[in-house]
Design a protein around this ligand. Sequence first.
Ligand code: SOE
Length: 407
Amino acid sequence: MTTTQARAGTLNVGMIGYGFMGAAHSHAWRNAHRFFDLPLTPQLRTLAGRTESAVAEAAERFGFASHTTRWQDVVEDPEIDIIDICTPGDTHYEIAMAALAAGKHVLCEKPLANSVEQSEEMTAAAQRARAQGVRSLCGFSYRRTPALAYARQLISEGAVGEIRQIRAQYLQDWLSDADAPMTWRLDKDLAGSGALGDIGAHIIDLTQWLTGQRIAEVSGTLQTVIPTRPSAGTAQGLGGRGDTSGERHNVTVDDLALFTARFETGILGSFEATRMAQGRKNAMRVEINGSAGSVAFDFERMNELEVYDATAAGGRQGFTRVLTTEPEHPYAANWWPTGHGLGYEHTFTHQIADLVTAIGEGTDPSPSFEEALQVQRVLTAIEASSEHGSSWQSTDPQSPTSQESTR
Ligand code: SOE
């Protein structure tokens, strides 16, 4: 904790970017200290964005005290304690490196960056800054879904026994319409990859976190189903219909990713990340099968965890639907009475609560940049595999089978 924070009991927030993630993070910064006992009270100080009129409107709407069109202003402001990076992946490296060098804590949206090389440099910079009490976190917020945090607790307590198999899907359909407009998420120079890095990164992080095991090698195939998209026109947000009267733009990322992963103990996992799953809106699903049972989760039913106990008396076996709104469930006691569910935005509020607690207590929050770097290594290995006949690729940079992705 710096002297500024200690003196004032506040944490002054500078945010870069004001799209979907800026809105979700701002909601969390505004509410975390009202529902969790935090050592510091976040203050929404400055919002940075490229377009003056738009960032001014967003700063007003989100509750920031001021705004600027230069992110460097926020990083250089001595009154700012933490930089929250809510921009596309092509800017994470430059902003995070400057923020860490300026001694600012950093919250960086996922994926950490658009390449392993950038992620490695960011991780090294975070390690150097850590020695000065600077904390950094990468925004894999789904870990802070009560049902998933509870699943991890059950697995660690041996509820499923020895893990035998892992299966994870992240199914969305907002790009199923061929005339859904071009967006930064479809441009490799900005997003780094498509469904793979945007939503596949979440299930890679989650399965490693839930099991405590790293993915050691992968075999994958990426596919761009719809090669061109119209301009945005009046379309807003995710999906919608673009302006089909004009030119179409080339899509340079995947619409879907299918891959098999071998975890470090040899366990196999099957993975699917797609934006083509008509009817599936945000169906992030994970199932862990073990010798003594299973846990299964679907984000579209985010307040529920399916638990199967294979040791239950014969005739009484079956998946139990656990409503994870009891005080025993992670984070749930801070909200509503049992049965009154939580939403997507609560995962971000939990993330901010844990981050501010770590900063105040002088501990390192998770997922660290090191953990996010591991996800980046898996993403890159999948891209390399898809470019080399879906051959098995190691995620270990020292391994002879790890090949550079040329995508
Ligand atoms: C779009 O796929 C998106 O907004 C992702 O970028 C987020 O990480 C995910 O939480 C919801 O879907």
